[in-house]
Design a binder for this molecule. Structure first.
Ligand SMILES: [Zn+2]
Length: 239
């Protein structure tokens, strides 16, 4: 059942390889990846392949599959890496990689140097100013760079991120620019509030881990370091 469809990369966890193969997915040994060759329309309603589709290919999803999603400035550094013990963070992020079969959950791709990175899925309560962790997912470096748009700007990778934003969502560059500008405006608005709090109970519930005793102090220290760094890079730019 090839019928001229582009192969779709699948996010198959290693322990689900048998089910993917039984459902008709093709293993490409050179790419170390399962593919679906029959087009999205060729996936039956109850096929396990549905669960392995990257967001970009899922029939129940519409663009944007990825968009800039920046952490308000007062919460920079309030991430799991800073707040958890090293081994707890490693367990959390590796679980995300494993569940995605070491492919990007959004586009199905992988990076040239390392396949995927862990992205914290924050939800924002713009009324009560709470940043709530909803999960951790595996993203390729390019999709991850779109999410952390501010950092991509600061490191000279904005144009690449813009092209990627357009490509993944099937947009023109103008549409991608509008999306990024809106995200930046929203980020400025959120960053205008300093009373944000951060809720990471998701990781406590799912992995049974606790933030380190000095997590708050560590996060605050990381935040100050990152703000200083951003100020420095802005100053360098103006020189
Ligand atoms: Zn990706």
């Amino acid at each position: 059942m090839t019928g001229g469809h582009d192969p779709i990369p699948l996010c198959v966890p290693r322990d689900a390889a048998k089910y993917a193969a039984q459902a008709g997915a093709r293993w490409d040994d050179s790419k170390r990846c399962f593919y679906w060759d029959g087009g999205v329309g060729g996936i039956s309603e109850n096929s396990p392949v549905r669960a392995y589709l990257p967001f970009r290919f899922r029939p129940d999803r519409r663009p944007p599959y990825v968009r800039p999603w920046m952490v308000p400035q007062s919460l920079w550094g309030w991430n799991l890496r800073a707040m958890l013990r090293r081994e707890d963070w490693d367990r959390t992020r590796r679980d995300a990689y494993r569940r995605a079969g070491y492919r990007c959950r959004i586009c199905g791709g992988v990076g040239p140097d390392h396949p995927v990175e862990a992205d914290e899925g924050w939800a924002y309560d713009d009324t009560r100013f709470i940043q709530v962790l909803k999960g951790v997912i595996a993203l390729c470096p390019d999709c991850h760079a779109v999410r952390h748009w501010g950092r991509s700007m600061a490191t000279g990778k904005e144009q690449h991120a813009l092209c990627w934003l357009a490509w993944v969502n099937g947009w023109t560059l103008v549409q991608a620019r509008t999306c990024a500008d809106n995200a930046m405006a929203h980020w400025h608005w959120r960053s205008g509030h300093t009373g944000w709090t951060c809720d990471i109970t998701w990781v406590e519930k799912v992995f049974g881990v606790r933030p380190m005793a000095d997590a708050t102090a560590r996060a605050a220290e990381t935040q100050q370091g990152l703000v200083a760094l951003a100020r420095q890079s802005r100053n360098d730019e103006m020189r």
